[in-house]
Design a protein around this ligand. Structure first.
Ligand SMILES: [Zn+2]
Ligand SMILES: [Zn+2]
Length: 251
C-alpha cells in the first residue's frame, strides 16, 4: 500500500529533498495552474516553476527550482501581510487585494484621508513616513499616543505595543478573530505622530528578540500581529517604557 503511494507520487525525490532543506514542501507539478497564473500575472511561469508550500506559515508559492536551491524566494503572502501592516501604520490602505501575489516590490496604496491612490515601492513603507500630496496630511504632524495593552482571549493572552491617534479605533482595526477583552497597561501622549513613532521604535528595538511568534498572533489578529509580546514580559516592558520616558523627557 505504502509503496504504491510512493509510486503514485510523481515528485522528483531530489527536488523534494532540496525544497525541504530550505523549509518548503514540493507540491505536485501542475502545468495547468502555472498557465493560469501566467495569464493573470505579469510573469511567465515557464516549465522550470513548481508549486511549493512553506512549512512554517503553510502558504503556497510558485518558484523556480533553481531559485529554491539558491534560497532566492520569499513567501509573497506573508510579505503582503507585512506590507498591509506597515501601510496601516502610516494611514494607507493597500488596493486591490489581487496585488497579493504580485512579486514586484510596488503596490497600489490609498490615502485613508482623501482616497487618492498611488503606485509606490514598498520600501517607502519602511521609512514609516508618508506625505500625501493631495491632502497634505503629513503623518509627521498629527498627535499620537504609544500604548501597551494586554489582549485577552479565551485560550490565550498576550501584550501588544502600538501607537495610534485613537487607541480604541486602532484596536478595532486589528480585526480580532475571537471574543476578547483588553486591559490598558500604559498610555503616553505625544504632540506629533513622529515623536510617538520614535518612542515606539526605541521600545521595539529593546525587545526585538522577544517578539511573539507571528503564527501565534496571526491566529487571533488580522492586522497588528507584529510587535506582540508574551504576557510574562509585562514588568520588563513597563520598566523600559517608564525609563525611556524619563530619559527622553517627552521626546
Ligand atoms: Zn507565508
Ligand atoms: Zn491624502
Amino acid at each position: 500500500m505504502f509503496s504504491e503511494l510512493i509510486k503514485k507520487d510523481k515528485r522528483n525525490p531530489k527536488y523534494v529533498a532540496e525544497a525541504l532543506a530550505v523549509g518548503l514542501e514540493l507540491l505536485e507539478h501542475d502545468e495547468w495552474s502555472l498557465d493560469k497564473l501566467s495569464k493573470i500575472s505579469k510573469l511567465k511561469y515557464h516549465s522550470c516553476y513548481r508549486h511549493f508550500k512553506h512549512v512554517t506559515c503553510g502558504h503556497s508559492g510558485v518558484y523556480t527550482l533553481s531559485a529554491v536551491r539558491k534560497r532566492q524566494f520569499k513567501c509573497l503572502v506573508c510579505a503582503f501581510d507585512r506590507d498591509v501592516e506597515a501601510a496601516d501604520r502610516i494611514g494607507l490602505d493597500i488596493v486591490p487585494i489581487c496585488d497579493k501575489y504580485d512579486p514586484s516590490s510596488k503596490r497600489h496604496f490609498k490615502c485613508r484621508k482623501c482616497n487618492t491612490t498611488r503606485y509606490l515601492d514598498t520600501s517607502r513603507l519602511r521609512d514609516g513616513v508618508f506625505l500625501c500630496n493631495t491632502c497634505k496630511d503629513s503623518t509627521f504632524t498629527r498627535p499620537s499616543s504609544v500604548y501597551l495593552i494586554r489582549l485577552i482571549f479565551d485560550s490565550a493572552s498576550f501584550l501588544k505595543l502600538g501607537m495610534a491617534e485613537n487607541m480604541n479605533g486602532r484596536i478595532k482595526s486589528y480585526g480580532l478573530k475571537e471574543k476578547f477583552s483588553f486591559e490598558t497597561l500604559y498610555v503616553q501622549q505625544f504632540k506629533t505622530w513622529k515623536e510617538a513613532q520614535n518612542f515606539e521604535t526605541l521600545i521595539h528595538t529593546s525587545f526585538k528578540d522577544y517578539n511573539l511568534n507571528e503564527t501565534t498572533s496571526k491566529k487571533f489578529m488580522k492586522n497588528g500581529f507584529t510587535e506582540c509580546y508574551p504576557s510574562e514580559l509585562e514588568d520588563r516592558i513597563l520598566e523600559v517604557l517608564n525609563n525611556k520616558k524619563e530619559s527622553n523627557g517627552n521626546i
